[in-house]
Every structure is written in structure tokens, then in C-alpha cells.
Design a protein around this ligand. Structure first.
Ligand SMILES: *Cc1c(COP(=O)(O)O)cnc(C)c1O
Length: 457
């Protein structure tokens, strides 16, 4: 029997092998991600300023560019044990169907009720809010996975949870909304008349179906204006990548058990949290010169922040109430075309990943949505799992790499992040099956227009 035959379909870690510390990739970066700026003074945000919006421990994590490992509190580790470790799966069936010599592995994060990796950071953020004695947290949600994850975490810890949900999703995904309410969250369609910024946006754009940028502005306004509340965010921030490093640490430990070293690591990129988490320990080795990996971020062609955006300071939200972040961005007013169904619709990208990308340490590619759904269906039919459209961007890129191996005969090892399941995305699947899905890709002129609103820093 060859070594390869010994690799099981699913590699699980024992509970005792689960990570006890998160890994902070910033500690090994020579060029640190640029600091968040106060939009008024254009000076780096201080811990005190950030403390009005975020809880204290999370502010400390946000600003910590130097500590490589940060202890995962026991209560969070215990919560992780309810749905982790998540498996690394060897995609034997997919390999066979593709007739590729490539070895394909995926880290599956969809085995919890929220259906995605977002719970890894939701429980951490809720834990620190609770520890600080807060009453509750506010947030935004687009497709709904983050809001669901956060409401699960808040229910577990007895915290109030107020979710501003992008109006179009609120209307199109009533079941998502009900899951959140089942866990005790209040869900408000955004933009709403419950905030000043919501009223302003509605006055300027009557009938708007909302965007993540609007919902963030509303959630921040409520957090800052309500005693005992702070705001939490499910992606983009440094602290979120830190929490999500649990994905990469587990994946690396599982592969190490069998002596498997990936050549290519692939993840979908919305705000960058799953990709950042998956690649963290591998990128750490790369940054320290201990190993090399090809790392690929995959984004929608209809929201191409890495591949067609600019690396610049920008607003994180529409209402311009948040600090400025230096990131690959399409401009804070950018909203993907209404036919865009595949998630990953945020205009910006994690400052950590933006810096790594700018330094040439990772690549990015974009995929049009009908190709994404084709890959999703192909994958579902052989591997069984019904993937989230977001995750399917990574699937599609992994299949493309495996097909190249089939042509060249190269036996590359590919690891990709399968971030979640697609049960709440059946309207999008339906459109795909009925041939009603198209591929709108913004023109250069359109993108240039959104760039005009970048702040002059
Ligand atoms: C939110 C989400 C993503 C994208 O967010 P990142 O922060 O880029 O990871 C990807 N997949 C699923 C299933 C999600 O819910």
C-alpha cells in the first residue's frame, strides 16, 4: 500500500489536538497592514477611540501586530468543541471524476447550524463582549450567515443581538431571518428608519434595497448610541482573521499527521476572513522562509476588489461613520449588480490580505457566476455536499488547477476552503437551473466612477 492509500477520506483531529492558541500572521509580516485612520483627523485610530465602537479585548487584538500566538480562552475552546474540529476531506471522488493526478483536499466549515466558518469569530467576539459586562452587540448581515452565527453565539452567552440585514436579503431569505429570531436576535431590514444614517440614505435613495455598507453604518450608529452595546463585524478586521486562524491551524495539523504538504492553497475572498484564517499558518511559514506555497484568492468577477480594485484608504461603510482602512477596494459606494447571487459582495478586502497581496505573497483570480454555479453543481454531484455559492468560487478555482494537472501530468496537492453549505441559497441555484442567471461584469468606466469617491488621504 502506498502512503497515499492510507489517507482517509476524512482527517479529523482528536479533541486534544485542537489548537489552544490563535496564530496572528501580522507578527511575521515585515510590512504590517496599514493602521485604521480616524476619518476626521486622518491619524491612526487609538485604542481609546476604537473602544467606543468595539470591546476592549477585541481592540487590543485589532491593534496587536506583534504577538504571534494568542491564547484561546477556555470558554471559547469549549464552544468550539461542540462543532469542531472540522474535517479535512480528501476529495477522492472529485479527483476521479476529473481524471486528475492532483490530490485535492478541502477543509469543510459548514457543519454547524449557521452553515459557515463565521461562528469561529462570532463566539470569540460575543465572549469578549460578555466578559466586559456588556448587554449586547449590534451588527450587519448580508446573505445572513454572519447574523446567524452571531445570534447563535449571543444566545449561548445570554447577550442581546441586534442585526441590521440588507433589505434585499431580508426579503429574499425569510428563513435566514427566522433562524436568527429563533436564537433570540432582533432583525431589522436595512436601510431603516430606526437610525439617522438610515433615514439619510433612504432620503437620498428612496426604494434602495440596501447594501452591506449601509447596514454597517446603521449597526455602528446604534452601538455607539446605546449604553452597554458595542458593534461587531464578521470579516475584514484583523481580529476576525486572528479568530479564523483556527481553520488553518487545524488544517495544517491534520495534513501534518499524514505528512501532506499542499502546493496550492485556495480560498474564496469576500472580506477575506476564511481565506486569511486558512492560509495563516502556511503564510507564516512562507514569511519566515521555512516553506513556500502558492496561495490563490478567488473573487466574483462582478465584485473584483483584488483583481480590479485599487490599494488605497477607503471608507468601510456608506454612511462614513467607520474608520478608514487601507485595502484593495472598489470604492465604498460600489454595489454589485442586482443579478449577483454569489455572496462575496463587500467593496473592500482585509487590510492584512491586501498588504500580503500587494507584497506579491499571494495571487488573486476572479470567476464569473455561471462558472461558479456550474462548479458548485459538479462538486455536489460527486462529493455530496451542497456548497454555498461563496465557497463554490474556491471549488471552481480548485477544479481549474486540477484540470491543469490532468493536462500536464503534475501531481500537485491542492487544499481549498469549503466555507459553508448552500441550503439558504436555493433561489440562486433555481435561477442557475432555469437559465436565468447571467454574468454581469462591471466595465472599467463604471469602476472608475466609484473610485472618484475615495477619500483623499
Ligand atoms: C461570509 C462567507 C464567506 C466570505 O467571507 P470571508 O470573510 O471572505 O471569508 C465565504 N463563504 C461563506 C459560506 C460565508 O458565509
Amino acid at each position: 500500500m502506498t502512503q497515499e492509500n492510507k489517507i482517509p477520506y476524512k482527517i479529523y483531529l482528536e479533541e486534544s489536538e485542537m489548537p489552544t492558541r490563535w496564530y496572528n500572521v501580522r507578527a511575521d509580516m515585515k510590512n504590517k497592514p496599514a493602521p485604521l485612520l480616524n476619518p476626521g483627523t486622518l491619524q491612526p485610530m487609538t485604542a481609546e477611540e476604537l473602544g467606543g465602537v468595539f470591546c476592549a479585548d477585541l481592540v487590543a487584538q485589532e491593534l496587536d501586530n506583534d504577538t504571534p500566538y494568542i491564547e484561546i480562552p477556555e470558554e471559547i475552546r469549549n464552544f468550539y468543541k461542540m462543532y469542531r474540529p472540522s474535517p479535512v476531506v480528501r476529495a477522492y471522488c472529485l479527483e476521479e471524476k476529473l481524471k486528475t493526478p492532483a490530490k485535492i483536499y478541502y477543509k469543510f466549515e459548514g457543519n454547524n447550524t449557521s452553515g459557515s466558518h463565521k461562528l469561529n469569530s462570532a463566539i470569540a467576539q460575543a465572549y469578549y463582549a460578555k466578559k466586559q459586562g456588556l448587554k449586547g452587540v449590534t451588527t450587519e448581515t448580508g446573505a445572513g450567515q454572519w447574523g446567524t452565527a452571531l445570534s447563535m453565539a449571543c444566545a449561548y452567552l445570554g447577550l442581546d443581538c441586534k442585526v441590521y440585514m440588507v433589505k434585499v436579503s431580508y426579503e429574499q431569505k425569510p428563513f435566514r431571518r427566522e433562524v436568527m429570531r429563533t436564537y433570540g436576535a432582533s432583525v431589522t431590514p436595512s436601510p431603516s428608519m430606526t437610525t439617522e444614517v438610515g433615514k439619510k440614505i433612504l432620503a437620498a435613495h428612496p426604494g434602495t434595497t440596501g447594501s452591506l455598507g449601509c447596514a454597517i453604518s446603521e449597526a455602528v450608529e446604534v452601538a455607539v448610541g446605546t449604553e452597554g452595546y458595542r458593534y461587531v463585524l464578521g470579516s475584514v478586521l484583523n481580529q476576525v482573521l486572528l479568530h479564523q486562524s483556527v481553520i488553518g491551524l487545524e488544517a495544517k495539523a491534520a495534513l501534518d499527521k499524514y505528512g501532506v504538504k499542499p502546493d496550492i492553497i485556495i480560498g474564496c475572498a469576500g472580506g477575506g476572513s476564511n481565506l486569511g484564517g486558512l492560509i495563516s499558518p502556511f503564510m507564516g511559514e512562507k514569511l519566515r522562509g521555512e516553506a513556500d506555497y502558492r496561495i490563490i484568492a478567488v473573487e466574483p468577477a462582478s465584485c473584483p476588489s483584488f483583481t480590479r480594485g485599487v490599494y488605497a484608504y477607503d471608507f468601510c461603510d456608506t454612511g462614513m461613520v467607520c474608520p478608514l482602512a487601507k485595502m484593495y477596494t472598489l470604492g465604498a459606494d460600489f454595489i454589485p449588480a442586482p443579478n449577483h447571487a454569489g455572496g462575496l459582495r463587500y467593496h473592500g478586502m482585509s487590510p492584512v490580505l491586501s498588504q500580503l497581496y500587494d507584497d506579491g505573497l499571494m495571487e488573486a483570480t476572479s470567476i464569473k457566476q455561471t462558472d461558479v454555479f456550474e462548479a458548485a453543481e459538479y462538486f455536489a454531484r460527486c462529493e455530496g455536499i451542497l456548497p454555498a455559492p461563496e465557497s463554490s468560487h474556491a471549488i471552481c478555482a480548485a477544479i481549474n488547477e486540477a484540470k491543469k494537472c490532468a493536462e500536464t501530468g503534475e501531481e500537485k496537492t491542492i487544499l481549498f476552503g469549503l466555507t459553508g453549505t448552500g441550503y439558504f441559497d436555493m433561489v440562486a441555484y433555481e435561477k442557475f437551473h432555469d437559465g436565468l442567471m447571467d454574468d454581469y461584469i462591471p466595465t472599467d468606466e463604471e469602476l472608475a466612477k466609484y473610485r472618484e469617491s475615495l477619500p483623499k488621504v
